[in-house]
Design a protein around this ligand. Structure first.
Ligand code: F6R
Length: 593
């Protein structure tokens, strides 16, 4: 989604801001722009498309204060005029988030004589702040007033025409950090923007930040407040491609090491995995791939922990009637920790006094900070928009939660425990072996088709959902997933000669039923690609191509099975020549509703 970067310091701010924006490109955007003072006047340069288009418009100007933005269109199509920064009177700003009451504000402001060039809510916010300038000369008071009027979630970085040396930042909901080094101060929506300049940053919450060359001050309710300077301790290396053609491929190759480190750490510190057996109602709430991880988690917790789990998409959960109370647990899963709907669901759970547990990657993110307890998946920076390593570690976390309840409730016998621990032990190596398999030959066939179907039953259906999402988001091939038994209730009419049907067969309790469903698609001419557990027998008239998954308990097998599906999606998109790390219309972290 949108990215913010600003610099105020002794160096030339323009290349620093451009570099910062480039570091945020992975988040997805459709236009970009910068603003700075030139001869006492604000100069704005902005353009539709990639940052490279913006760079073509840059001059030899030098400045010490500059604000910049990458926009992901919400209000108004991607265009030069809709891109940020926006200037109205004495106010120039960039904005992440959404102003919910912009429509009424716009009407009021038009009555006061303001006119608007763009379709954005951002320009309305700039006009609102400008309209308040006459009422209040004190900028802190002015921004506090602004906060009271605006509804929604937002982060602003602002330049005022009468203060050439100062940047102001205001945050409500959307993430924003202020970072600092020996040359000056930075403002960014996300840590990767500033990591090559500094690892030291302040996390803005509801404060207003006043950023000067040599100084940063924070204000809350018109009073100055002190904030703790934090240090980002993760490895910068993970934000580089390290010789891989794409971040997505690099991140898949990181999985064995990450899985090994995760298991070494949490199995040796098993008390960090909470006992969730005491709750009378468990919800898992998340979006996209994290939601799919949640579905697998529900299966594992129900099977190994004998506890019912309700899994909900966060954008639904936040609005639906729920039956939460203080004996309920809501597990929120989020790589970024900043997904707007997941944050709203967390806050709803808290309103009902339910306990909250976060499974989060980004350290210090909103969800990580607001939940009662957080389990960090420690995946490092995930740059590719399509999640792979974070998803795998989310599932692994849920696997450990299920394993723990299984032990506590003695559902897992000591013999089974030994088998499970052995499976965990060899998991990293098995992932490595699966990564080395040749998926390109299957991808070539799939890349020639318009529609793909994924089928499976129970946990295999949940795995299939994620495989299908991976494929469609980066290859743009239409793909649908069905519980295998559901196909003949309508969808089978779409199966034609050569239509790929990818079937997942790992669930011991049900795979024979799925085999009958595969036969039904084969009989209608489908190209059948089967991912099956090694130990299952499958006669060769059921598949055209076969990928075998090592035998393992469900706690582990669900992790192994996703690896071929991640790579299948990757190689299909590669074959089609798409921009794999930055698929169209998508953003890495979805900070608006
Ligand atoms: C798909 C993908 C998305 C995210 C979803 C939730 O590859 O990455 O579906 O899983 O947007 O994001 P987080 O985990 O940051 O809350």
């Amino acid at each position: 989604m949108c990215g913010i970067m600003g610099y105020n310091g002794r160096e030339n701010a323009i290349p620093i801001v451009i570099k910062g924006l480039k570091n945020l490109e992975y988040r997805g955007y459709d236009s970009s722009g910068i603003a700075y003072f030139k001869d006492k006047m604000i100069k704005i340069i902005k353009e539709k498309g990639r940052i490279i288009e913006l760079e073509k418009l840059l001059t030899s100007d030098k400045t010490n204060v500059c604000i910049g933005h990458t926009r992901w269109a919400t209000h108004g199509k991607p265009s030069q005029v809709n891109s940020h920064p926006h200037i109205v009177g004495g106010v120039t700003l960039v904005h992440n988030g959404i102003i919910e009451n912009y429509h009424t504000l716009k009407e009021d402001l038009m009555q006061k004589g303001y006119s608007f060039k763009s379709e954005t809510d951002t320009e309305v916010a700039a006009a609102l702040i400008d309209s308040l300038l006459s009422e209040s000369k004190n900028k802190i008071e002015l921004l506090e007033k602004t906060r009271k009027i605006l509804k929604g979630s937002y982060a602003f970085l602002i330049l005022f025409a009468d203060e050439k040396e100062t940047m102001y930042a205001l945050r409500e909901g959307s993430p924003l950090i202020v970072a600092t080094n020996e040359t000056g101060n930075f403002v960014a929506s996300d840590i990767p923007a500033i990591l090559e300049y500094t690892k030291n940053y302040y996390l803005l919450d509801k404060e207003i930040a006043v950023i000067q060359k040599n100084d940063v001050k924070f204000y809350l309710n018109n009073q100055e407040v002190k904030k703790e300077l934090l240090t980002f301790n993760h490895d910068l290396v993970s934000a580089k491609k390290d010789g891989y053609q794409h971040f997505m491929l690099k991140e898949i190759h990181e999985e064995p090491v990450l899985v090994k480190n995760f298991l070494d750490y949490y199995l040796n510190n098993f008390d960090l995995i909470p006992d969730i057996s005491k709750y009378n109602r468990i919800y898992i709430v998340a979006c996209g791939s994290a939601y799919h991880a949640g579905l697998i988690g529900s299966y594992l917790i129900e099977k190994y922990g004998d506890l019912e789990v309700i899994v909900e998409v966060a954008s639904e959960f936040r609005y639906r009637k729920t039956f939460l109370d203080k004996n309920s647990l809501v597990i929120l899963i989020s790589q970024s920790g900043e997904t707007a709907d997941t944050i709203a669901s967390l806050r709803k759970a808290k309103e009902y006094q339910a306990k909250t547990l976060g499974i989060v990657n980004v350290v210090g993110s909103t969800i990580a900070r607001e939940v009662d307890q957080v389990i960090y998946i420690n995946a490092g920076c995930e740059i590719a928009v399509a999640t792979t390593k974070a998803y795998t570690l989310q599932v692994l976390t849920l696997s450990l939660l299920a394993y723990k309840i299984g032990l506590i409730k003695k559902i897992i016998s000591s013999k089974e425990k030994e088998i499970i621990l052995k499976d965990y032990q060899v998991l990293a190596q098995e992932i490595k072996n699966l990564i080395e398999f040749d998926y390109l030959k299957f991808a070539r066939k799939i890349s020639q088709e318009k529609d793909v179907f994924f089928i499976g039953r129970l946990i295999d259906y949940y795995i299939a959902l994620e495989g299908s999402l991976k494929l469609k988001e980066i290859s743009y091939i239409h793909s649908e997933t069905y519980p295998a038994g559901e196909l003949k209730h309508g969808t089978i009419s779409l199966i034609e000669e050569k239509t790929p049907v990818i079937s997942i067969l790992t669930d011991q309790t049900i795979y024979e039923k799925t085999i009958s469903n595969i036969k039904e698609t084969k009989a209608r001419g489908a190209y059948s690609l089967v991912l099956k557990r090694k130990q299952f027998y499958l006669s060769n008239d059921i598949y055209d191509d076969l990928i075998e998954i090592p035998n393992a308990t469900d706690l582990v097998s669900c992790i192994l099975t996703i690896i071929p599906l991640q790579l299948l999606a990757y190689y299909t998109a590669l074959e089609l020549g798409y921009d794999i790390d930055k698929p169209r219309n998508l953003a890495k972290s979805v900070t608006v509703e």
